[in-house]
Design a protein around this ligand. Structure first.
Ligand SMILES: Cc1ncc(C[n+]2csc(CCOP(=O)(O)OP(=O)(O)O)c2C)c(N)n1
Length: 383
């Protein structure tokens, strides 16, 4: 197998000179904070960020185990990339809307969705807000203003921009965040969304998680552009490239972009440079296309450990407190899994809900016919 070099961000361009070519960060590898950092970055915010990142790290590991045990059909983990959804979740206001891709469901947890409701979607059961109609890891919840991902790469971005445009036309104080992966930037929907966002100056923040992969495809096969962020120049959308493993940089950049959007100054494009530590999904084996040395090099830049070093430095965390936090989070995750897994499957008649405002006669007939037959025995949740 050919050894592929580790793709590290270029450091030869300052983000003061060209924000779309540089790499903005606030939290250094040793855990110290850049001087004159954003005053809204408080110790409480750093602690919250650590708690949510750690929860997501533990949750994803448990979900992968459940998938391997045949209790969950599919799962798309966010391991190594947690700083971007968590930092974004912390920056959003209650009224804002989010259009995620595969790895940003956890924004909903930061915005107050209960863990067991979140997990009911993974099991596709009666507690699932989506009534078992979506693949796992495609969660959504109206109560926290998050729309389900369609699985078709890129389609969420024109939806995000359209929602932001509607908010602008109606004069609503709403900003929208749309997420996309690096691979998604090769889709026509990325072009459509960026073009409309630029022309109509919509209150939208488009966040590209450049995790170095589109399944097995690397950035050098995805684009000839110097960075993903630089693509925003062509659309007239102010763009910046940030360290996606630095949750405080993510929080800062997304907060500022949302504030711009609210002031009526239009859209911002943010490339968050990170690395997918795990497999693309539970259906993938990354050892077929990358070497462990490369993963190890990125593990040294782990967003969780970097933030941990910061909290230790500032006296907010020590080994005992970290162990207590881990035990508390694991217990909550275990309880939520139990609550979700013991729910029944969605009632059969819910199949007919939500498509028509009023059910047509032929579907009423089909529903009544179905209800006359005894339910099939449970088949398990494997896809
Ligand atoms: C239109 C479309 N083409 C192909 C696929 C198959 N597919 C699923 S995920 C994926 C890679 C996506 O990569 P990226 O956008 O970088 O996001 P990541 O999964 O790395 O977070 C592909 C090609 C799809 N779901 N939709």
């Amino acid at each position: 197998m050919v050894l592929v070099p580790v793709v590290l961000p270029p450091t030869n361009v300052s983000d003061d000179v060209a924000p779309d070519l540089g790499l903005f960060s606030l939290l250094r590898e040793d855990g110290s904070l850049a001087p004159a950092a954003d005053p809204s970055i408080t110790p409480e915010l750093a602690w919250q960020a650590y708690r949510y990142i750690k929860q997501l790290r533990l949750l994803d590991a448990r979900m992968i185990l459940l998938q391997r045990q045949g209790r969950v059909g599919f799962y798309g983990a966010c391991t190594g990339q947690e700083a971007t959804p968590i930092g974004t979740g912390l920056a959003l206001a209650t009224q804002d809307w989010v259009y995620p891709a595969l790895r940003e469901s956890s924004v909903m947890l930061v915005r107050g969705l209960s863990l067991s409701t979140y997990l009911c979607q993974v099991f596709g059961n009666a507690g699932d807000l989506l009534k078992g109609r979506q693949m796992p890891s495609h969660m959504s919840a109206r109560e926290v203003h998050q729309v389900s991902w369609g699985s078709c790469i890129g389609t969420q971005l024109p939806q995000a921009v359209g929602t932001a445009w509607a908010a602008k036309l109606r004069g609503d104080d709403v900003a929208v965040v749309g997420f996309i992966g690096d691979g998604g930037t090769s889709e026509p929907d990325f072009h459509n969304a960026m073009n409309f966002a630029g022309v109509y100056k919509v209150p939208c923040v488009i966040v590209c998680q450049n995790n170095q992969f589109a399944i097995s495809v690397r950035p050098d096969r995805q684009t000839a552009s110097q960075t993903y962020a630089v693509k925003g120049r062509a659309y007239g959308v102010p763009s910046l490239r940030i360290d996606g493993n630095d949750v405080l940089a993510v929080y800062h950049a997304v907060s500022r972009a949302l504030a711009r959007a609210r002031r009526g100054e239009g859209a911002t494009f943010i490339e968050a440079v990170t690395y997918r530590i795990g497999a693309h999904s539970t259906s993938d084996d990354p050892s077929r296309y990358r070497q462990q040395e490369e993963v190890d090099a990125w593990l040294a830049r782990d967003p969780l450990q970097r933030l941990r070093r910061h909290l230790v430095k500032t006296g907010q965390l020590d080994d005992a407190r970290d162990e207590a936090l881990e035990a508390e989070l694991n217990a909550a995750i275990g309880l939520a899994i139990h609550e979700a897994e013991t729910q029944p499957m969605p009632a059969r008649e819910t199949l007919f809900d939500d498509v028509y405002a009023e059910l047509p006669w032929h579907l009423k007939e089909q529903r009544d016919e179905l209800l006359k037959t005894p339910p099939a025995p449970p088949q398990g949740s494997g896809h």
